[in-house]
Design a binder for this molecule. Structure first.
Ligand code: HEC
Length: 454
């Protein structure tokens, strides 16, 4: 995913803030957060549709389209198509017999089955899906990080054709088969997954599904798929105020950052005490800017009120040996006096009349105003307690379904959707994704077919 980082310098008008556009700067920001300084970094995910097109490129496209009409029939024969389909899905060339099988299926008009043949390659799992999911597991969206419990769970769920909406809500995880004799899953490190990678274990053959609660000890009702994975917690519950978990879930799974969905018509009543109502002495800035994100974001991020990522800040500043923490029923946090984690009281003297978090009841204000366009499920209520029901709210949105399809399009077509035909294809594949039980492999198959003749 291409991400243009830009600086949002207004999270606290009274204090200078910093650009966080690389790993070390992000660390600085994280450290700032822990010392009470306030920084928000807002990345803008570039939407290809929004990028300006000049008349030259339009002309070039028209010419290219005209050429394509002439050469289309001779250019991509079924063998070529089979090759391309395999390369795109598996990331490696096919052997002769696989290629022949795929070509025959394409000749019979059965490109979908040809794609499924390509996805029998272990490289579809070990390479394509690994690289596809890894950027979702860290704030830098780095594609080249080791396998972890978040990416392994994505890979396993795709392999097993599970309903992809469960990614954000189920009591689920994938680990290596016990007979592999690797270091066991450990809530305090990533060694199990590192070993799967170091030993080049065939993930298609050797990932097994388990309950996440059996690994990390969370109560089942507190699990929410990859959002409560160790890697997810390490990346998005790390220091800060837990708002990062919401922001990155939006970026990774609804394909939008906060900037494009700002709405300053919503009520401010759930905005926490750490957000100044007159940043830099100017209350207009609050109304026009801060409120536009925080009014909707804060009541959603309340779902994470009982979660944190625990690690030793002095000995282990990166949190490599940390674990997800969850305040179970009956826990009283010494700072908040409730089950709510202390980080929800960071800088609570900035605006004492702001909202005080006392539980994990979230509410989706974006069901009103502009952000109705994210397509919330009318069968759900738009409110709840805890992360599992929030995961359900997000995963049942139209934006979630569209986002998965958009990401696969980029992955197999090696470009963003641009033309009317592309946009129509996104829409029809999104509809088919929903109709066919949200199976992501099918999305790879449909879009692989769409792009194999280019
Ligand atoms: C485009 C959306 C957006 C706007 C506008 C915005 N914020 Fe934020 N704010 C965020 C996000 C996202 C975070 C969480 C950052 C993180 O932890 O990665 C955040 C975090 C914060 C925090 C907590 C920082 C910490 O210690 O972790 C404060 C305080 C804050 N914002 C205040 C403000 C104020 C004051 C304004 C207006 C001047 C403002 N914000 C405008 C999105 C926004």
């Amino acid at each position: 995913m291409k991400v243009l980082h830009y600086h949002q310098d207004s999270c606290n008008g009274e204090q200078a803030s910093r650009t966080c556009d690389n790993r070390s700067a992000n660390e600085k920001c994280a450290n700032q957060k822990s010392t009470g300084q306030k920084v928000a970094v807002v990345d803008k995910v570039i939407d290809s549709k929004a990028s300006a097109k000049n008349s030259f490129s339009t002309l070039a496209k028209l010419l290219a389209a005209a050429l394509l009409i002439n050469v289309n029939t001779s250019w991509a024969g079924s063998l070529e198509q089979a090759k391309r389909l395999h390369d795109r899905l598996a990331g490696v060339p096919a052997d002769a017999s696989t290629l022949g099988q795929m070509r025959d299926l394409i000749d019979q008009g059965n490109g979908l089955d040809a794609a499924y043949v390509a996805m029998e390659s272990k490289h579809f799992y070990n390479t394509t899906l690994k690289l596809f999911s890894t950027p979702w597991t860290n704030i830098d969206q780095d594609i080249f990080l080791p396998l972890n419990d978040y990416s392994a769970t994505v890979i396993g769920m795709v392999r097993d054709d599970l309903d992809f909406r469960q990614l954000l809500q189920a009591d689920i995880a994938y680990v290596g088969r016990p007979t592999l004799n690797l270091p066991a899953y450990n809530i305090n490190n990533n060694q199990h997954y590192q070993a799967l990678e170091d030993n080049a274990i065939d993930l298609q053959a050797d990932l097994v599904q388990v309950t996440q609660s059996s690994l990390n000890g969370l109560p089942t009702e507190a699990t929410a798929g990859v959002l409560t994975s160790r890697a997810g917690a390490k990346a998005f519950f790390y220091l800060g105020t837990n708002r990062a978990m919401l922001r990155f879930t939006l970026i990774n799974h609804l394909c939008t950052d906060l900037e494009p969905i700002k709405d300053n018509t919503l009520p401010p009543d759930r905005i926490r005490q750490d957000v100044s109502r007159s940043p830099g002495g100017d209350s207009r800035l609050f109304v026009n800017n801060c409120l536009a994100c925080h009014s909707g974001m804060d009541p959603l991020a309340q779902a994470f009120a009982y979660y944190d990522y625990d690690f030793n800040q002095d000995a282990d500043p990166e949190g490599d040996a940390g674990n997800i923490a969850y305040n179970q029923t009956g826990t009283t946090d010494p700072v908040t006096g409730t089950r709510v984690q202390a980080k929800y009281f960071n800088n609570n003297t900035t605006f004492p009349l702001g909202f005080t978090t006392t539980n994990d009841q979230w509410q989706n204000y974006w069901r009103s105003g502009n952000n109705r366009s994210l397509g919330w499920d009318p069968a759900l209520t738009g409110s709840g307690a805890g992360l599992k029901s929030l995961g359900q709210e997000l995963a049942n949105s139209e934006a979630f379904a569209q986002c998965q399809v958009k990401k696969v399009f980029k992955n197999v077509c090696l470009r963003s959707a641009e033309s009317d035909a592309d946009i129509n294809q996104l829409a029809s594949t999104t509809a088919s994704f929903k109709q066919n039980g949200y199976q992501l492999k099918r999305v790879f198959a449909e879009l692989g077919n769409y792009c194999m003749g280019e």
